[in-house]
Design a protein around this ligand. Structure first.
Ligand code: ADP
Ligand code: MG
Length: 286
């Protein structure tokens, strides 16, 4: 099973939209996919049409109680399932504060589960707290959605450092696999310039780290598309809500790229340096 965390500590960059629609795109391509909603805002659960009622087990019970993944998982379609959450999860950060081994709870739960999905995709909250650390400890791959505006790279260095620390201390298999440009507006010069800057920054970062060595810049850019913004309120993925939209086309292409990982579809960045995140702040155009 490929385990992927969709991470960016900024809100509103396209994490949930990417987690849900990439998962649905992979499912559409015949893969068995499970989405784990690790954000107490529960947007991924709602996007997939799941609202938990009082007493129904959630990710909170997985992390702070005795529930197993099988207790919480719900099927959405034949190929797609979700491990849903609700606002209860907001308490986990505090409740787990004094707990020994709090960063490895999710990994242990996943290891105990005998699900035979091809992909587990974790939608992370907009923070680098204990929930995100649980995700980073449990997965092998990080996908980073970026919105190409002039502050796109702000905070990236902290995220990179966090990923590197987790890889050193808790999860040696962890790597930054790919960067996805979301809400891309091809008609604006700023979007084109910023995305070129991001790409150049990634390529120019000289020093290598095993954590970044395999990083790819996905060639599929997710265009801004109103259908993608509308779909969550109908509790449907873009493929059910608007199968002929640009959003559907882009996420299906992204799914194909993810499936073809390692092929020439994706550009290998020469290295995203942990030692040079200051470049992020000194770049004149960012
Ligand atoms: P995050 O999970 O990082 O906070 P979301 O995926 O929830 O970000 O996206 C933030 C908002 O932008 C949501 O209202 C979402 O529907 C909308 N959105 C995301 N991607 C697109 C897109 N490509 N085009 C238009 N709206 C989008
Ligand atoms: Mg979100």
């Amino acid at each position: 099973m490929r385990k992927i965390a969709i991470i960016n500590q900024k809100g509103g960059v396209g994490k949930t939209t990417t987690a849900v629609n990439l998962a649905a795109g992979l499912a559409q391509s015949g893969k068995r996919v499970c989405v784990l909603d690790l954000d107490p805002q529960a947007h991924a659960s709602l996007h997939l049409g799941v609202t938990l009622h009082d007493g129904q087990p959630s990710v909170y019970d997985l992390l702070c109680g005795d529930a197993s993944i099988a207790d919480v998982r719900q099927n959405i379609s034949s190929n797609l399932s979700v491990i849903p959450t609700n606002l209860d999860l907001a308490a986990a950060e505090l409740e787990l504060a004094g707990e020994v081994g709090r960063e490895v709870i999710l990994r242990d739960r996943i290891e105990q589960d005998d699900d035979d999905s091809d992909f587990l995709i974790i939608d992370c909250p907009p923070s680098l707290g204990v929930l995100t650390l649980n995700a980073l400890t449990a997965v092998d791959e990080v996908f980073l959605p970026l919105q190409p505006h002039f502050l796109a790279l702000h905070g990236l260095s902290k995220l990179l450092r966090t990923i590197e620390i987790v890889s050193k201390r808790l999860n040696p298999k962890l790597r930054l696999e790919g960067i996805v440009l979301c809400m891309y507006e091809s008609s604006t010069r700023l979007a084109a310039e910023v995305s070129r800057d991001v790409e150049e920054f990634l390529q120019a970062s000289a020093s290598q780290s095993p954590v970044w060595a395999s990083a790819k810049f996905f060639q599929t850019k997710i265009r801004r598309n109103i259908r993608l913004a509308e779909a969550p309120s109908f509790g449907q993925s873009i493929f059910d809500y608007a199968p002929n939209s640009h959003g559907s086309e882009d996420y299906l292409n992204l799914a194909k790229e993810v499936l073809a990982t390692g092929s020439s579809n994706t550009k290998i960045c020469p290295g995203i340096a942990t030692a040079s995140p200051s470049v992020v702040f000194s770049s004149p155009t960012i």
